[in-house]
Design a protein around this ligand. Structure first.
Ligand code: NDP
Length: 455
């Protein structure tokens, strides 16, 4: 049975939808998880809005507009031919060009990119900007590769991808394993192949069309979201302790903004383990981490050796007592036991810098305990928002100042908070930010799709 014929008043609408989805997309567990996380709020919402159900809007949104999958062949420093698989998932361009990052990590597969592209569509809608949703990447591991190997891989990847993207079509950016170095190599190759200098990628260097605040935006935005959630309860960040996972782009700028607002970040991690610094990070230690991770490309364990603190190999930092938690590394890094441990230790708020870092069972624990919980599609939307502002600057061939962009980012994050509040306030006054983000993100895209008719 086609799901769009399911009556909205049926109590089992979510399991029936999920059954349909899982049969259509066998084995894609991350994609199932992401759709469930949205569907559990949006499907019941359709009861009051049968026009969306009759037009099968949510069902249509679980089928990407298209997926491109391609071979990437390149030569390593020993002259050996290497083969990787590249993808671009163009999920939905109902409200603007496809927009979303590129991930280089050995775990990349179609399910992970479909989940990320699906999430991106709702996140981009929440920013209030005209941005559709997409995501791409490759099962390439930049770790341990020389700069020249990374360059050759990026050029080979873009040699195929350039046919499918464009400043008004699809505008990729960075993500895990894709930072300033990789974006630069890819932008250079696009420019060479297309013979056009356009804003086809965001996260570019400042001297070739990049935007101030883009590097900082995701981490800063994740902290602004926490600031706004606390303010809604008459509280503030100042003086609070924070546990952060990851030590890449998002984690670094989350720590930076927390320090600026008077909080004390206690941990950082990478895929090998985490450091716990009871004295807290400070600006000098953070500068050292930046050099370690962005220049020397070393391991976080070296922080413990340098500053004489604890290192926990093979573990995640959630057992460290804290007021606030910021998962900033990867999906499904925080499970139900971690959630219970955080609660037991007095955590009052979680803001997700990474995409889908908390498992559904962990989210249930946070929400049942009525602590603050900002889901990734709201909390980390600052990155794509400033990417949208980079696109605007590129179109105008002008650039805005750092202060101007930070002011715009701050306002966008507050607007996101308020949209979540509008759709997520429950009868006991608890703000269910996940429900608010899902419904607010859905409505804007759904209205555009309704207007276009059946396609
Ligand atoms: P980076 O590549 O800069 O950093 C990723 C960090 O996460 C590294 O410390 C890495 O450790 C760690 N990590 C990656 N995979 C795993 C894993 N499987 N287990 C444990 N640790 C892991 O990426 P970003 O900081 O850009 O991205 C982090 C998260 O934020 C991702 O979920 C991304 O999708 C999301 N995000 C990023 C945005 C951006 O603007 N960059 C925008 C919105 C969301 P190691 O070095 O050992 O691999």
């Amino acid at each position: 049975m086609a799901i769009w014929h399911t009556k909205t008043d049926q109590p089992d609408i979510v399991p029936r939808f999920m059954h349909w989805l899982e049969q259509r997309n066998p084995g894609e567990i991350e994609f199932h998880q992401a759709v469930y996380e949205v569907g559990v709020n949006v499907l019941p919402f359709l009861r009051e809005h049968p026009e969306y159900m009759e037009a099968a809007i949510f069902g249509r949104l679980t089928e990407p507009d298209r997926i491109v999958s391609f071979r990437v062949v390149w030569e390593d420093d020993q002259g050996k031919v290497q083969i990787n698989r590249g993808y671009r998932v163009q999920h939905c361009n109902a409200i603007g060009p496809y927009k979303g990052g590129i991930r280089f990590h050995p775990s990349v597969n179609q399910s992970i990119l479909k989940f990320l592209a699906f999430e991106q569509t709702f996140k981009n809608s929440l920013t209030g900007l005209s941005l559709g949703g997409g995501k791409g990447g490759a099962d390439f591991d930049p770790k341990g590769k020389s700069d020249r190997e990374v360059m050759r891989f990026c050029q080979a990847f873009m040699t195929e991808l350039h046919r499918h993207i464009g400043a008004d079509t699809d505008v990729p950016a960075g993500d895990i394993g894709v930072g300033a170095r990789e974006v630069s190599y890819m932008f250079g190759q696009y420019k060479r192949l297309a013979n056009r200098f356009t804003g086809v990628l965001t996260g570019k260097g400042l001297s070739f069309g990049g935007s101030e605040i883009r590097a900082e935006a995701t981490g800063y935005g994740t902290v602004y979201m926490m600031q706004d959630m606390l303010a809604a309860r008459g509280e503030s960040i100042d003086g609070r302790t924070a546990v952060i996972s990851g030590s890449g782009n998002v984690a670094q700028f989350t720590a930076e903004k927390l320090l600026a607002l008077g909080a004390k970040p206690l941990t950082l991690s990478d895929s090998s383990g985490f450091i716990y610094d009871p004295a807290g990070l400070d600006d000098d230690k953070l500068a050292w981490v930046r050099e370690l991770k962005n220049v020397r490309r070393g391991r976080i364990k070296e922080y413990a050796d340098e500053f004489g603190c604890e290192y926990h190999a093979g573990e995640r930092p959630w057992k460290v007592p804290c007021d606030m938690a910021f998962p900033c590394s990867t999906e499904n890094e925080l499970d139900v036991d971690d959630a219970r441990t955080l609660l037991k230790n007095g955590c009052i708020g979680v803001s997700e810098g990474a995409n889908m870092p908390s498992r559904q069972s962990a989210i249930d624990v946070f929400q049942q305990a009525r602590i603050l919980f900002a889901p990734s599609k709201a909390a980390n939307a600052g990155g794509v928002a400033v990417s949208g502002l980079e696109m605007a600057q590129n179109s105008m061939r002008m650039s805005w100042s750092r202060d101007e962009l930070n002011t715009q980012l701050r306002k966008i994050m507050l607007d996101i908070h308020n949209r979540c509040e509008q759709y997520g306030r429950e009868s006991d006054d608890y703000i269910n930010y996940l429900k608010g983000a899902n419904v607010a993100g859905f409505v804007k895209v759904a209205d555009a799709m309704l207007a276009y008719g059946v396609m």
